[in-house]
Design a protein around this ligand. Structure first.
Ligand code: GTP
Ligand code: MG
Length: 445
């Protein structure tokens, strides 16, 4: 709607999205703008599909009702298996969800009433006014009026939202994550103090591989941003039909006070479907063994010649790759061309001697609910499905697959985005611990 802004705070909107398990809400009707008129409500909200009413009263309660059915002023009950009443804010902190007794009378779609839940359990816009009619006892929902709205039937505001992407969020997240500033600090500390367990390897070298435009360079930029405290873009990133990254680049991450971390990201050219285009996978053995120098210009049709002047002839363990990260664009997993899938599978096989992590990027494009806040990433059905599908396509267990959102349009960093990025880095450190231990060199180093 053009006039009037949602009164829901981001925090409450998030709780509501979780209660509804939907992707997004679109404000249709706002009583203080459109008036407390039943006819206006029906004129605006009929035929809109699933909707949620959110009411605000002077006692500070935020509460309402949801129906998955469309209003149409039919004069009939709407049979609705998904309807419920709820409270987002009240005396108690936790949200409250109240189910119906009978789905066949979940909502009454009478033209002379506003949103009417149950058999008159809760009627909004009652008598074309800012009043709510409440009858918790004889009606189709059982609740205590004090719990639902503090026995305050007068409204300060009544909003109706169209509910989009119903069922987009899972009831239980795939993984539990603490989304706090403290957790961000904890992860940063863990990464800052990390040292590979071998004395001969001062820095962990992580090779970033993946399809063109998947977000390899952006991933380095984003991790670097988390440590710098602002959105940095040292590595060239952008969109093109062919790879933007043409040179092999090794990047160190520094903390805000200039101390380098014990981790080096090695950025590569993007893979393409066609032979003779994008990163030549015959280049992999040299990359893994550490023969390829920084700033090496990739050539899709030829690989680094061992006689080239800058070829690193005798790389030691410290120059080799210790972890491979496959970066996959989450919004393109379903349409991954067969030949590219085959290339990725080949990479998985050819890099089997070092630990492998798969990072699914662009979760904000996979699920629009994550664009503003990624903390529901493990509740997003679409993201979890893309993770599972990637695992199936590439033959990689789910525990080696993590989602991230890279910084792309933002100019300030955010705790939730950082936490996801830092968790991906921590996973690399964890995977390589066992790898270093298993090396024959490990003893005495
Ligand atoms: N919305 C969104 N955009 C992203 C994300 N990650 C990267 N991008 C964008 O995707 C485009 C490609 O990102 P790059 O980091 O250049 O990708 P790359 O894998 O290095 O690509 P090549 O070097 O060309 O192979 C850029 O426009 C980025 O801003 C993400 O998580 N979400
Ligand atoms: Mg790149």
């Amino acid at each position: 709607m053009a006039d009037g802004k949602s009164r829901l705070t981001q925090e409450k909107k998030k709780v509501l999205l979780q209660l509804l398990r939907c992707e997004s809400l679109s404000l249709l009707y706002k009583a203080t703008v459109h008036g407390y008129h039943v006819n206006t409500f029906h004129a605006i909200c009929n035929k809109q599909g699933p909707t949620v009413v959110v009411a605000y009263n002077k006692s500070g309660y935020i509460y309402g009702g949801f129906t998955a059915q469309s209003y149409s002023s039919s004069g009939q009950y709407l049979q609705d298996e998904k309807a419920f009443l709820f409270r987002l804010k009240g005396k108690k902190k936790e949200p409250l969800k109240i189910p119906f007794k009978s789905a066949s009378r979940a909502v009454n779609d009478t033209p002379s009433y506003g949103p009417n839940f149950g058999d008159g359990a809760l009627i909004f816009l009652y008598q074309n006014s800012s009043a709510v009619f409440t009858n918790p006892n004889i009606a189709n929902y059982t609740f205590c009026a004090g719990d639902l709205h503090g026995n305050d039937n007068t409204l300060l505001e009544c909003e109706v939202y169209r509910v989009e992407g119903l069922g987009a969020l899972l009831e239980n997240p795939l993984r539990k994550v603490e989304w706090t500033a403290g957790q961000r600090e904890k992860l940063m500390d863990e990464i800052r103090t990390f040292k590979p367990s071998l004395n001969s390897v001062p820095k962990l070298r992580v090779l970033l591989l993946g399809t063109v435009g998947a977000g390899k360079s952006s991933f380095f930029n984003s991790v670097n941003s988390a440590f710098q405290g602002y959105v940095a873009s040292d590595a060239l990133a952008g969109s093109d039909s062919t790879s933007v990254t043409m040179q092999y680049r090794t990047y160190e991450v520094e903390t805000a006070d200039g101390k380098p971390l014990s981790i080096v990201f090695c950025d590569t050219m993007g893979l393409e479907e066609k032979e003779g285009a994008g990163l030549n996978i015959d280049e992999l053995p040299s990359l893994l063994k550490g023969h390829v120098p920084d700033r090496y210009q990739f050539n899709p049709c030829a690989i680094l010649n061992p006689n080239a002047p800058d070829y690193i002839k005798s790389p030691s363990l410290k120059d080799q790759i210790h972890c491979v990260v496959l970066i996959i664009d989450g919004s393109k997993v379903e349409i991954l061309p067969e030949k590219l899938e085959a290339k990725l599978r080949k990479i998985r096989k050819e890099t089997s001697e070092v630990p492998l992590l798969v990072i699914i990027t662009k979760v904000d494009e996979v699920c629009s609910a994550l664009a503003e806040d990624v903390s529901d990433v493990y509740r997003s059905k679409a993201v979890v499905e893309q993770m599972q599908l990637t695992g199936e396509k590439l033959g990689i267990p789910l525990c080696q697959i993590v989602p991230v959102k890279n910084y792309s349009s933002e100019i300030e960093i955010k705790d939730d985005v950082d936490i996801l990025l830092l968790m991906a880095v921590r996973q690399m450190l964890r995977l390589t611990k066992g790898y270093f231990k298993s090396l024959p060199l490990a003893k005495g180093n």
